[in-house]
Write a protein that binds this ligand. Sequence first.
Ligand code: AMP
Ligand code: MG
Length: 344
Amino acid sequence: MKRLIYSIFSILLLFGCSDSKQVYTRQVLSFGTQIDVTLFGVKPSKADEAIQEIETQLDVMHSQWHAWQKSTLTDLNDKLRKGEPFEVNPTLLPLILQSQQLYTQSNGLFNPAIGKLIELWGFYKDNPEDNQSIPSKEDIDSLLKSNPNMMDIRISGTELTGFNQDLQIDFGGYAKGFGVDRLVELLKAQGINNALINAGGDIRGIGFVGDRPWRIAIQHPIKDKTLGWIELEDDESIFTSGDYRRKYSVDGKQYHHIIDPRTGYPSEHAHSVTVIHPSGAIADAAATALMVAKPSEWFDIARRIGLNHLLVVDKDGQLYSDQLFAERIVLIDHSQIINNLGSL
Ligand code: AMP
Ligand code: MG
């Protein structure tokens, strides 16, 4: 897993060290990134046990959800393309059901069925920055025409059938959030209720660090510094999608990994989107969908998904947020202005 550097900088975790004796932090590599697990008020022996379980769970998720290395998901994609009914692996059914719902709520902008497009753009590798060319318009148009989408999967109980030969499910925009939720459940089941999981800048926090909230810094997508910080309430996820993560440039133009299913090209309305929601899975999918959305669609889609915190850095570097995010964020650069779009 070589691709971890980019994400370490995306959001930095800030917390003071006065309680450092009781703060236990461990790094695990998974999902192509570094995952920091911070536990508060847990004995080291119990913390070690919890981390071991987390590592095991992460290995399982990797073997289930990887988009281009052989996994339960690549097996599923093979079967979907055949167009014959088959019994779905039970570990994947909840992801498919929820991502169909998120597909609908996002008006099709969150569409994990466009794996072929993502592969065509050269993102099925650990180091996409080495890419030297972009796909042909012809190949892109062909996938736009066949329009693979989540509704091309019919579900009857535990039986699935694919209705599009170009279906290729890619949970890259969502599995990290789903996985973080699973890890939080695992911690809670062990009686650990004060913890923070930071998966390369995508974060879910439960409880507090002593008598203080978890404090999270948000990376500026174009300036190499922190944009601002917020304090998490008990059990919140804060996820950021950005065009500064997986990307490459050809002839001086940059191409990033979030693809607009309507155009077949990398999205172009925002540099980054940060959202807050109790569920990591929903926050993850929402941030990806809102990267694709046009400004006129931001609030509609955020509402349909059930968000009430949204922050966008648009293509011109302007900041936009809803009322609640504007109230909670503390900007580092006080001359920076947030365009407050009102209540979500
Ligand atoms: P994230 O960093 O959560 O926004 O996820 C980005 C990843 O989601 C990409 O690397 C792709 O694997 C996948 N992806 C790209 N575009 C889309 C899209 N429109 N809908 C769903 N997943 C996408
Ligand atoms: Mg996402």
